[in-house]
Design a binder for this molecule. Structure first.
Ligand code: GTP
Length: 819
C-alpha cells in the first residue's frame, strides 16, 4: 500500500489536488528530500546489480532496469527474473499468450499434421516436431490399410494372424500411462495363448478320434454326437490335415467342441447361395475391382493413420462379413451342408436308440409324401360314437312270451276341485303304493299351510306350485297294479287354463275316470264347466270307456237320490257325446274318507245299504283292455323331454300309440325329421329291452340334439314315417258353432294355428251319411266334415284325433279322414 502511494506521487495532478495530504507535519521540500535521497541510492546500486545479473547478450537500458527495480521495490532477484522473461526469445505472440494454458497432446498432434501438410505443400518447416514414421515394417500399416477390405472379418491372407499395431508413439505417449503392459492386456495375451494351445491339442485329438472312435470318454451327448457325426469327421479331417501344419503360421479361429456354433454360422445362408457359391475362397481373379470413390482422409484421420492413401479396394463378390475364413482352404473345401446338421445328428442318434429298442422308427410324417399325407387327412373321418348294439329281438314274440299283466293307462278328468287328486291319492294310499309315513308327512306339511284336506291330493300334486295353489297344473303320473292289471294314472288338471295339458294326458289314455263332485251345486257348476268339456275331449281323442266317480258322497250323506240324479244327467249327456252306455260305469265314492275306493262302504255309512256295486278299483279292473296296435308302425307321442344326467343326456317319455321298439332301434322324430338311436328303455321306472303299443315308455336317446325334440312330437319308424301335412279333412263333433274361422288344432300337446277353410257337409251322427252339403254353419252337437288349412305343418295321418279350440274354448274334436 505504501508502494502504491509512493508511486502515485509521480502524478502531478494528484499531488496538486491533494494539498492537505502533504501539509501534515513537515513542509513540501523537506518531505521530498527525505523521501528521494535513499531511493536514488538504492536505484543506482540496484541498477548495477541487475546489469551484473543479466546476461550480456540481452540488451536492456538503464531506464528499463530502473523501472523494474522501481516496480519490484528494489528487489534485485525479481527484477532480474522479470527482465529475463521479458527479453527471452518467444516463438510467437500467440504462444506467449497461451503459455499458462496447457496445450493438449491432441492439439499438438493435430497441429503437427497440419504443419506436415503445409510443409509438404510449401516446403516450410513446422515449428513443432513431427512424429517420425516408425522404422518397423508394421509401422507402415495404417488403420486404413488394415481395414481396406473390411467389412469386418475380411482379413486378407497376408495379414491373417496376430495383428500387431505398432503404436505410433511410445506407450504412455498420447494417452499417458506406463509402457509396461496393463493387467488387462496381460490377461488377454494369456487367454489368447491358451486358446491357441487348446486349438492345437483339439486338432490333434480330432485326428485321433477320427481314427479310433473313443467310447470311454466321458463327454456330453453333443460331444459324442459331434465326434460320431460325419460332419464332425469331415471338419476334423480338414482341420487336422490343413490346420496342424499351418497352425503355427496362421492362427485360426478356435474350433468349438459343439457343432451348434458351426451350424449357426452356416444356417443363415440361403440355399441358393449354398448351391451357387460353394463355401470356397474367391480366388484373386474372382475379386471385383471396386471404384474408389472415397475422399482423402481428414486431418484427424491423417493424424491418426498418416497421410497414406489406401489402394483401391478389392472386395469379394460375396462381400460378406461371414467370409472371414472363407479363403481358408480347410473351410473352403468344407461344405457345411454336405453332412447332417447337428439337429439331424441328434435325431438320427435318437432314432438309432429307438430302433435298437423298439424296432423300426417311424418317420415324422409316417414316410408319406405330402400328397399322400393330404390324401390321408382328407380321408380322415370322425368316427361316430359306437351305435348301441341291438339284440334284434322279435318284440311281439317277446311280448307274448312275457305273459305280461295287462296294462291300462287312464286319465283322470273332471271339473276343478271335484276331488280328482285326492281320490287318486286315496287309491294309492289304500293300495299301499304310498306308505303311512309319507302320507303323515304330507298331512303335516299340508296342515302347516292350512290345507290339511289336501294331504292325499299331494300324493299326486308334487310341485310346490300345485301344493301352494291347491290345484293340479300338469299331468301327474303314477302307477299301481291290481291282480289283473298294471295301471298308469294320468292325473289331469281340472282348471280350464290347463286344458292343453289335459289333452296331452288324454292322448295317452286307454280310458278315462271322470270325477264329479256330488255336493250341492258342485255337480251343476261342473256341468257348465270342465265336466262336459273334458268328457267331450276324451271322447274326441278316442277314449270310449268312462268310469264316472261320483265323489264326495260323504258331503251328501251318501244320498242315493243324489247319486241317481247325477248318473241320469251324465248318462244323457255322455251318450249324446257318442259314448256307448255300456262303456259307462257310475261309482259312488268319497276319496277323502276312502269309502268305496278299494273297499266297499260300510253299512253304517250307506243308509239302507243301497249300493252293492263295484268299488272304484274293481270298476277300473273290470275295463276291457284296449286293443293294441302292435303290428302297426311305431308311433310314440312325446309327453316329456328331459335330461337324464350324464349317462342319459337326452330322454323322452310318452305312450306308444302303435307299434313297438327295442334298444338299438333307429327312430325318426317328426316334424323335425331328425333320427336318433334308442340307447335304453324304461317302463314304469324299470329297465326294459323293448316296449309295445299301449305302454308309456321312457326312451334314452343318442345321436340327436334336444332342439329337435319337443312335447307332442311323434317318434316313428324311419321306414314308415308319419308325414308332415299342411291341410287335412276331418270328421268333427262340434261343441260350439263352427263356421269358417281361425282355430288352434291340437294333436296331444302339439298344436298349430289353422283356419277352417271349408264346411264340406253335415253328417248323420250314427250312420255317418251326408245330411247337408256345404253348410254355412255347424250347430253344436252336430257331426260334420270340414277342411282345415294349417299355418305350419304338423305330423298327421289318417285316424289321428285332433281337437279344435278357439278363444280358450274347445269348439270341436275330430278324426283325420284325408291328409
Ligand atoms: N268332503 C270331501 N272332500 C273332498 C273329497 N275329495 C276331495 N275333497 C276335497 O276337495 C278339495 C279338492 O280336492 P282335489 O283333490 O285337489 O281336487 P282336484 O279335482 O284334484 O283339483 P284340481 O286337480 O285342481 O282340478 C280338497 O280340499 C279335498 O280335501 C271327498 O271325498 N270328500
Amino acid at each position: 500500500m505504501g508502494h502504491q502511494r509512493v508511486k502515485a506521487l509521480d502524478y502531478d495532478d494528484d499531488l496538486d489536488s491533494d494539498d492537505d495530504y502533504f501539509e501534515e507535519g513537515e513542509g513540501d521540500g523537506e518531505f521530498l528530500l527525505k523521501l528521494f535521497t535513499p531511493t536514488q541510492k538504492n536505484m543506482r546500486q540496484g541498477t548495477i546489480e541487475v546489469k551484473a545479473a543479466l546476461d550480456d547478450s540481452i540488451s536492456i537500458s538503464d531506464k528499463e532496469i530502473e523501472e523494474a527495480l522501481w516496480h519490484y521495490f528494489y528487489d534485485i532477484t525479481k527484477s532480474v527474473t522479470y527482465l529475463k522473461n521479458k527479453h527471452a526469445p518467444m516463438p510467437t505472440k500467440v504462444a506467449a499468450q497461451k503459455k499458462s494454458k496447457q496445450v493438449s497432446r491432441f492439439d499438438r498432434a493435430a497441429n503437427s499434421a497440419m504443419n506436415t501438410q503445409v510443409q509438404n505443400a510449401s516446403g516450410t518447416v513446422s515449428p513443432y516436431p513431427i512424429p517420425q514414421k516408425p522404422s518397423l515394417e508394421h509401422a507402415i500399416i495404417s488403420a486404413a490399410e488394415f481395414f481396406k477390405d473390411v467389412p469386418w472379418l475380411k482379413v486378407p491372407p497376408h495379414r491373417r494372424g496376430d495383428i500387431i499395431i505398432e503404436p505410433l508413439y511410445p506407450r504412455g505417449g498420447l494417452l499417458g500411462g506406463s509402457s509396461k503392459p496393463s493387467k488387462l492386456a496381460a490377461l488377454a495375451a494369456a487367454r489368447k495363448k491358451k486358446l491357441e494351445s487348446e486349438k492345437n491339442s483339439f486338432a490333434a485329438a480330432a485326428a485321433v478320434d477320427a481314427a479310433e472312435q473313443p467310447t470311454d470318454k466321458v463327454v456330453s451327448l453333443l460331444d459324442r454326437l459331434n465326434i460320431k457325426g460325419q460332419g464332425k469327421q469331415d471338419v476334423a479331417a480338414n482341420v487336422t490335415k490343413n490346420e496342424i501344419s499351418s497352425a503355427s503360421v496362421l492362427p485360426i479361429p478356435t474350433l468349438r467342441k459343439y457343432p451348434a456354433r458351426r451350424k449357426r454360422s452356416s444356417s443363415p445362408r440361403p440355399a441358393e447361395t449354398r448351391e451357387d457359391k460353394p463355401a470356397s475362397v474367391p480366388a484373386s481373379d474372382n475379386l471385383i475391382e471396386i471404384l474408389d470413390l472415397r475422399a482423402p482422409p481428414s486431418t484427424f484421420a491423417a493424424t491418426m493413420i498418416g497421410a497414406h492413401r489406401p489402394e483401391p479396394r478389392a472386395q469379394s463378390p460375396e462381400g460378406s462379413m461371414f467370409s472371414l475364413y472363407a479363403n481358408r482352404p480347410e473351410v473352403a473345401n468344407a461344405n457345411p451342408f454336405s453332412g447332417p446338421s447337428p439337429d439331424d445328428i441328434v435325431m438320427n442318434a435318437q432314432a438309432k436308440g429307438n430302433k435298437s429298442k423298439k424296432g423300426p422308427l417311424k418317420q415324422p410324417n409316417g414316410g408319406k409324401t405330402p400328397s399322400n399325407l393330404a390324401d390321408s387327412v382328407s380321408s380322415l373321418t370322425v368316427e361316430e360314437a359306437p351305435k348301441v348294439k341291438s339284440k334284434n329281438l322279435n318284440v311281439l314274440e317277446e311280448f307274448e312270451k312275457s305273459n305280461m299283466k295287462r296294462m291300462a293307462n287312464f286319465v283322470v278328468i273332471g271339473h276343478v276341485d271335484h276331488g280328482k287328486s285326492t281320490l287318486m291319492g286315496r287309491l294309492l294310499y289304500d293300495l299301499k303304493v304310498v306308505d303311512q309315513r309319507s302320507v303323515d308327512k304330507l298331512r303335516k306339511e299340508a296342515e302347516n299351510i292350512g290345507k290339511s284336506s289336501f294331504a292325499l291330493a299331494w300324493v299326486m300334486d308334487q310341485t310346490s306350485e300345485e301344493r301352494s295353489r291347491g290345484i293340479t297344473v300338469d299331468i301327474a303320473t303314477n302307477y299301481f297294479e291290481t291282480e289283473k292289471t298294471r295301471f298308469t294314472i294320468l292325473d289331469a288338471p281340472g282348471h280350464r287354463d290347463f286344458i292343453p295339458n289335459m289333452i296331452a294326458g288324454a292322448s295317452q289314455a286307454d280310458f278315462a275316470v271322470l270325477v264329479i263332485d256330488a255336493s250341492g251345486n258342485s255337480f251343476e257348476s261342473g256341468l257348465k264347466g270342465q265336466t262336459k268339456e273334458h268328457a267331450l275331449l276324451v271322447r274326441s281323442m278316442g277314449v270310449q270307456r268312462l268310469v264316472i266317480a261320483v265323489n264326495k258322497m260323504d258331503t251328501v250323506e251318501w244320498s242315493q237320490a243324489r247319486f241317481n240324479e247325477i248318473s241320469q244327467q251324465m248318462t244323457a249327456f255322455l251318450v249324446a257325446a257318442s259314448f256307448s252306455p255300456k262303456n259307462l260305469a257310475f261309482i259312488p265314492c268319497a276319496g277323502l274318507t276312502g269309502e268305496n275306493v278299494i273297499k266297499p262302504p260300510l253299512e253304517k255309512v250307506i243308509p239302507g245299504n243301497w249300493y252293492s256295486g263295484p268299488t272304484l278299483v274293481e270298476a277300473l279292473d273290470a275295463s276291457e283292455p284296449a286293443k293294441r296296435a302292435l303290428s302297426l308302425p311305431l308311433r310314440l307321442t312325446i309327453s316329456d323331454v328331459f335330461r337324464g344326467g350324464v349317462i342319459h343326456p337326452i330322454s323322452i317319455s310318452g305312450r306308444l300309440d302303435a307299434g313297438s321298439l327295442q334298444i338299438g332301434d333307429s327312430v325318426l322324430a317328426m316334424p323335425s325329421g331328425e333320427t336318433a338311436t334308442i340307447k335304453s328303455v324304461e317302463i314304469e321306472g324299470m329297465p326294459a329291452d323293448w316296449a309295445v303299443a299301449g305302454q308309456i315308455a321312457t326312451l334314452h336317446l343318442a345321436d340327436i340334439d334336444p332342439i329337435h325334440l319337443r312335447l307332442g312330437d311323434i317318434i316313428c319308424t324311419p321306414s314308415a314315417p308319419i308325414k308332415n301335412v299342411k291341410s287335412f279333412t276331418a270328421k268333427i263333433l262340434a261343441f260350439e258353432h263352427v263356421v269358417p274361422m281361425s282355430v288352434d288344432v291340437y294333436r296331444g300337446r302339439m298344436n298349430a294355428p289353422a283356419r277352417v277353410s271349408r264346411l264340406v257337409a253335415v253328417l248323420n251322427k250314427h250312420s255317418g251319411e251326408v245330411e247337408k252339403k256345404r253348410p254355412r254353419i255347424v250347430q253344436p252337437g252336430a257331426v260334420a266334415r270340414i277342411v282345415v288349412e294349417l299355418e305350419r305343418e304338423m305330423p298327421l295321418e289318417v285316424g289321428t284325433r285332433v281337437v279344435f279350440r278357439a278363444d280358450g274354448n274347445t269348439i270341436a274334436a275330430g278324426l283325420l279322414e284325408i291328409s
